[in-house]
Design a protein around this ligand. Structure first.
Ligand SMILES: Cc1cc2nc3c(=O)[nH]c(=O)nc-3n(C[C@H](O)[C@H](O)[C@H](O)COP(=O)(O)OP(=O)(O)OC[C@H]3O[C@@H](n4cnc5c(N)ncnc54)[C@H](O)[C@@H]3O)c2cc1C
Length: 217
């Protein structure tokens, strides 16, 4: 990742980045080699990051967040983690990609139910788009969700899902109308404990060895 120009940030962003660098040095760096050997970051890393305010900073305070909607706070965390080359814990995947779906589109009940746990790091999230046969042509996914009145029956397999093994909450990309391409797509939020979601195996990779990227489920 290319470092962003220094004049992008105000002193409070730089201080946030320095605090994160200190956190990485104390709590992440000493374990990173072991996590690479295991192919997996320990869950406790999310808790520690959450306790220190490094997860989902933009979540409103009524749902446990800090209400920091200035994306430069997110950017400096990514930049710092890349600079220190500690790529294992994918905190940014939840903060920048998955959790904003809930913050922006969730009902108040859904936000109350999920956001505090995601901000604190008690829960980990992921997004399931790709499938064994479908990557960038997302409109071709075949995972199907049938509305059973009160619940959905989901059939399909996902692949290459970062944090897929360790996640408690999955934003799952499915077809609710298989006759359509992108217009038949819906995002379902799946709680692992409330579903039959299962992961099959961790995938071997040539880099980012501590990142948990799962195979089919
Ligand atoms: C480490 C890792 C983590 C990942 N994490 C996630 C995750 O968390 N969630 C998730 O859903 N997915 C994840 N993915 C999957 C990722 O989203 C897909 O790999 C990506 O969408 C590309 O799809 P593909 O690999 O099937 O390649 P393809 O779509 O088969 O593309 C192959 C090649 O063809 C090119 N190509 C494709 N379409 C066109 C076109 N129309 N015109 C010209 N060239 C084209 C591409 O640029 C590429 O070079 C992850 C992948 C990796 C490697």
């Amino acid at each position: 990742m290319m470092n962003l120009p220094r004049d992008l940030y105000d002193p409070e962003h730089l201080a946030f980045g320095e605090a994160y660098a200190a956190f990485l040095k104390e709590h992440i760096a000493p374990h990173h080699a072991e996590w690479e050997r295991n192919g997996m970051v320990e869950r406790s890393a999310w808790r520690k990051a959450g306790e220190r305010g490094f997860l989902a900073m933009d979540v409103p305070t009524e749902y446990g967040g800090q209400g920091l909607t200035d994306f430069r706070y997110n950017a400096i965390l990514s930049e710092t983690q890349a600079r220190d080359f500690l790529p294992g814990p994918m905190f940014g995947l939840g903060t920048d990609v998955v959790i904003p779906y809930i913050t922006r589109y969730g009902t108040d009940e859904q936000k109350q139910r999920w956001l505090p746990k995601l901000v604190s790091g008690e829960w980990i999230s992921c997004i399931g788009m790709s499938e064994p046969e479908t990557g960038s042509d997302l409109a071709s996914i075949t995972t199907r969700a049938d509305d059973k009145g009160g619940h959905y029956a989901v059939h399909g397999r996902k692949m290459w899902i970062s944090n897929g093994h360790i996640s408690d909450l999955i934003v799952l990309v499915v077809k609710t109308d298989p006759t359509k391409r992108h217009k038949g797509i819906t995002l379902l939020v799946v709680e692992r404990d409330q579903s039959h979601y299962r992961t099959v195996r961790l995938l071997d990779k040539i880099g980012y060895l501590a990142r948990d990227v799962k195979g089919n489920s």
